[in-house]
Design a protein around this ligand. Sequence first.
Ligand code: C5P
Length: 304
Amino acid sequence: MKKKLISIFVFLCAIIPAFGEILAEGKTKIVRPYPEDPTLAIFESKDDITAFNGLKHDAFQGKGEFANQTTCNVFRLLADCGIPLAFRKQLDSHHFLGEMCQMIPYEVVVRREAHGSYLTRHPSIEKETVFPKLVVEFFLKTRNLEGMGVPIPRHDPLFQLTDSGGELFLPETPIEGQKPYLILSDFPLKDRPALFEEIALMAKQTFLILEKAWQLENARLVDFKVEFGINSSGKLVLADVIDNDCWRVVQNGQYIDKQIFRDGGAIDKVAELYKYVTAATGRFTLPCNQLILWRESESDHVLK
Ligand code: C5P
């Protein structure tokens, strides 16, 4: 018995430092080192829920668990589909293991329908207008960005790469007739412009996979936000998390994601939806369909 207690104590001593030191902490997650491999890190989801850049904040029991489980469900499906990911494996209810990446400071939004900030930028477009070709937008994450050489007067702008440089636009102002409020000559990925294309392609492929997964749950994925990083081998990977905070999903005419929280829904209702989405994403699997190609023989075309 005494021996057993000692070994439990030794085990706890070995893992507690790993859960102690913090590499980074955001509004909803904490990143800690993974002692066995410095190229990996442990990602923990917190019970916090925020909106409008942290201006609205709340928390509910279970949020961290739902967020971690949803992210792991989503990344498992994406891994099965061959999307290059920073995600490695789920560790427990609140943690997953992922690659340490140099994060690329753009939020990449993909849209199948017009919702949210798109409507304010395009006031003539009706809500829920379907885009037959996916729309991809880049928003520059300016909050922790240094070395740009100029102060950024308005954070997290819409970013457009042009021959003149990186053009910044107000995301909540009609885009038609709007002149860029700043043109950056230096911006992230300036020296690797091909990566913009690569990121857009990977974001669209990811969207198509999750759109199908949600269709099988009788719901519409209408938009999402993803982030990318460069891992220790120099490879572009889909990083960060994809949970119920990062997308809009419509089922029976209602949002079942964070939009309910943004719109002032009761926190109990929000918690119920997050629980529902955790269960739904738990059913995300790669369908084992067979594709049968049936071809006539050449002789069938010979008319006698
Ligand atoms: O607000 P907007 O329409 O631009 O959001 C597009 C998508 O990006 C939504 O699914 C939203 O949940 C997500 N998003 C996010 N984090 C942000 C901004 C938007 O996950 N900071």
